[in-house]
Design a protein. Structure first.
Length: 253
């Protein structure tokens, strides 16, 4: 340890002990995390379209265990199991939906899950390697596109637009455009699982739910009375009772 670094280490230790005694340490850490997420969002807002597209090459989907990449060390059930559980949970809350669009659908496992439940499902994915990752069973139902250029419109008559850990992948400067694109679909319902906290290379905008509610307000309102059921399986992401990662239901205003 350098001699000149010793005072800094001691100051940090004294500060931490003082905050603990004042019962302020957890509060300060919470504020620091908010600052970290804010600064991260600002930095990610500077990425170019080419840099963003480069994130979603085929290896990204494999490393995330999307599709038929059944990793034993991910901590979660295989993607097929998770996506089918998601589809069943959403269908339980919105039993009337007959035709859905899945945004940021990766390999199309979510689309496949809804079709297993006899729901007409389509999807779109930004990956430049879509032809390499898409499941053959749903290849005809998935198009290349993004949240800023959705390759469907109101004439497709979707009942519901669904995303799972997708809207936070939109840069801060483009969030309003993304909501305009979603509104253009003219779906009665939207369902989103939004990641508000995880600092990862593919996440662009980390904001609390109330912030997203404001962005959606001209087009959709959050239905706080609707909540997806909690699974008895803790390995089902988004349905395991984690309050920071839950599906939210939105109705057209």
């Amino acid at each position: 340890m350098r001699t000149n670094s010793l005072p800094i280490v001691l100051l940090k230790a004294v500060t931490r002990i003082t905050l603990e005694r004042l019962r302020l340490l957890s509060y300060v850490r919470k504020i620091q995390k908010r600052i970290d997420r804010y600064m991260y969002t600002i930095r990610q807002n500077r990425l170019t379209p080419a840099q963003i597209e480069a994130i979603y090459i085929s290896q990204y989907h494999e490393q995330s265990n999307y599709g038929r990449c059944d990793s034993d060390d991910s901590g979660w059930e295989p993607d097929a199991v998770i996506k089918l559980a998601h589809a069943k949970a959403i269908k339980q809350i919105l039993p009337h939906i007959k035709k859905v669009l899945v945004g940021g659908c990766s390999s199309g496992m979510g689309v496949f899950a809804y079709r297993q439940l006899h729901v007409q499902a389509w999807g779109f994915e930004i990956s430049p390697d879509l032809d390499k990752i898409v499941l053959p069973e749903v290849k005809d139902y998935i198009r290349h596109g993004s949240m800023l250029d959705i390759p469907f419109d109101a004439n497709d008559r979707f009942d519901c637009f669904i995303t799972t850990d997708v809207v936070e992948h939109v840069q801060l400067k483009s969030v309003q455009r993304a909501f305009q694109e979603m509104a253009r679909l003219n779906c009665t319902w939207m369902v989103h699982l939004i990641n508000h906290t995880d600092i990862k290379p593919d996440h662009m905008t980390l904001k609390p739910l109330k912030w997203w509610v404001k962005q959606a307000k001209p087009y959709y309102k959050l239905r706080t009375d609707l909540q997806a059921p909690v699974s008895s399986n803790p390995r089902i992401y988004g349905l395991n009772g984690d309050p920071l990662h839950v599906y939210t239901f939105w109705e057209k205003t």
